[in-house]
Design a protein around this ligand. Structure first.
Ligand code: NPW
Ligand code: ADP
Ligand code: K
Length: 464
């Protein structure tokens, strides 16, 4: 599991570690990891030029000490000092290793190969000062390696307010931070590299992200004595005359072999289409979970009321979300930002600016799991736990992809997974299937569903 902690928990763990370590030991570990990651990106030391952007705190100290190590390896290192006072020992080390420093952007001549953002770390307030903005603008085409966090982002919430760094790579220390994983700040972090500081983090993670091993451990798999009913039956109530395709897509997400059987309940002509495409699918009967809403149109309210009567877990998606007065604890709601905004009486822009806060609010408000779709989909539990999905590609933002996801999450619920696991494992598989199927190019929702068994196969085999 990849975990992200809040700043306060990082500070507490840092203080505990420093109590029995020599002065500056943690910063040296951080700087060594940072220098190694920068060298990896550069590919060679001699002939490479690096510019350090150095702020007033320890984040700047990390950059300076790493710069000293790089200069010692033959990299041409310059530091632009963006504060009256910077980490003194770090600056002295940089000078001693042959690096240069200046306070004046005009003193810098040759464009560097790489910028190291040591402006602010976990002590930073959102936004950047004009001198930092000017330096970033002067080298707008140069890739940035951020130290700990891309400066200017709101580290604990993932919000973006004001100017901030856009990193190609973020080298972070001790543990991940919320802004690395949660939108919109995750889009400013680039690739992530964690330098282990051997911190003892006592507080639980604020956010976590499933890794292939976690998914392997959670995936349902049939025992030797399995029969179709013991594997779970998922029912889909979706589609209408206006949107028959949504029923097909939801069923295709449900019918990927992760349950013993799939039922479809909907208009007769839609059911005919569904069964032509998926001959395995049967009609009404007992289920262990329902998927309700995709393409349901005006029938969505009735679909939801009928599904509720069975007292089994329900995935509530799309049109059915508009008819949600109350939910049971074992339900999963799967809105995108627009739908969640409508559910909470908020603006879509407000949800997009602070998806973590809104997903948590919704999970508390309805007392059940809420899966908020987006670039990094969030799965929030009513007790405050949040998982974030880091699989997937922007090509997945295509009509019907959400219908496939609803079907898949329903199948996992029916197979017996807890709602938090069903939603997060479903979202992980959906993203991984999209990445595989897209293979660097465009994608349609139907292709995502077709790819799911292959992703499951590879994950079970430990190839993920
Ligand atoms: N914790 C750990 O385990 C380890 C931590 N380590 C490193 O320490 C980093 C944290 O260092 P830190 O505490 O010195 O804070 P940091 O982020 O450098 O900046 C604070 C300074 O910035 C200023 N300032 C604030 N906002 C600003 C803005 N928008 N624009 C400009 N300035 C702004 C603020 O000024 P003030 O608020 O007083 O006005 C204050 O002076 C951490 O991210 C990691 O890199 C590693 O070395 C080892 C292990
Ligand atoms: N920028 C993005 N990067 C990756 N995945 C995305 C992005 N934007 C949306 N998605 C994913 O695409 C899917 C779109 O679903 P949804 O909005 O419900 O569409 P529809 O209702 O047409 O099915 C969701 O799984 C969502 O997480
Ligand atoms: K930084």
């Amino acid at each position: 599991m990849l975990r992200a902690h809040l700043i306060d928990d990082v500070r507490r763990a840092e203080a505990a570690a420093m109590a029995h370590l020599p002065d500056g030991a943690l910063m040296q570990r951080a700087a060594a990891g940072l220098a190694a990651a920068v060298l990896d990106v550069l590919g060679r030391a001699y002939g490479s030029r690096v510019l350090l952007l150095v702020g007033p705190g320890d984040n700047g100290g990390d950059a300076l000490w790493a710069g000293a190590r790089l200069a010692g390896r033959g990299v041409a290192v310059e530091a632009l000092l963006l504060a009256d006072r910077v980490h003194e020992a770090g600056l002295a080390a940089l000078h001693a290793a042959g690096g240069r420093s200046t306070r004046d952007l005009d003193d810098l001549h040759d464009a560097p190969d790489l910028l190291v953002d040591g402006i602010v770390g976990i002590g930073g307030r959102p936004g950047l000062r004009p001198e930092a903005v000017a330096a970033l603008e002067a080298y707008a085409d140069v890739p940035v390696v951020a130290v700990d966090v891309p400066s200017g982002v709101d580290v604990d919430t993932g919000r973006l307010e004001g100017p901030h760094v856009r990193a190609a790579l973020t080298v972070t220390f001790g543990t991940h931070k919320v802004a690395h994983l949660v939108d919109p700040a995750s889009t400013a972090s680039g690739a992530l590299h964690l330098v282990d500081l051997d911190l003892d983090l006592i507080g639980g993670p604020a956010v976590e992200a499933l890794q292939p091993d976690d998914v392997r451990g959670l995936l349902p798999r049939p025992g030797l004595d399995a029969q179709k009913y013991t594997r779970g039956v998922v029912g889909v109530r979706a589609g209408s005359s206006t949107y028959p395709g949504a029923a097909l897509l939801a069923v295709s997400g449900a019918n990927t072999g992760l349950v013993g059987m799939v039922r479809y309940v909907g208009p007769a002509h839609v059911a005919d289409t569904v069964r032509t495409a998926h001959p395995e699918v049967v009609g009404a009967g007992r289920v262990q979970a329902w998927v309700v809403g995709p393409g349901g149109g005006d029938d969505a309210a009735t679909m939801l009321a009928e599904a509720r009567r069975d007292g089994v877990p329900v995935v509530v998606d799309a049109d059915a979300l508009g008819h949600l007065d109350e939910a049971a604890a074992d339900w999963v709601l799967t809105p995108h930002a627009g739908e969640l905004a409508a559910m909470l009486g908020a603006e879509r822009e407000a949800v997009e600016a602070a998806p973590l806060e809104h997903a948590r609010d919704a999970a508390r408000r309805w007392g059940c799991t809420v899966l908020l779709k987006g670039h990094h989909t969030l799965v929030a539990a009513p007790d405050g736990r949040v998982r974030v999905t880091t699989t997937g590609v922007p090509w997945l933002a295509t009509a019907g992809a959400g219908d496939v996801l609803a079907g898949l999450v329903g199948a996992l619920l029916a197979s017996g997974l807890e709602p938090h696991d069903a939603a997060s494992v479903g979202s992980w598989l959906h993203g991984a299937a999209a990445t595989q199927a897209a293979a660097g190019g465009p994608l349609t929702a139907s292709r995502v569903a077709v790819q799911i068994p292959q992703v499951v196969r590879e994950t079970l085999a430990g190839l993920g």
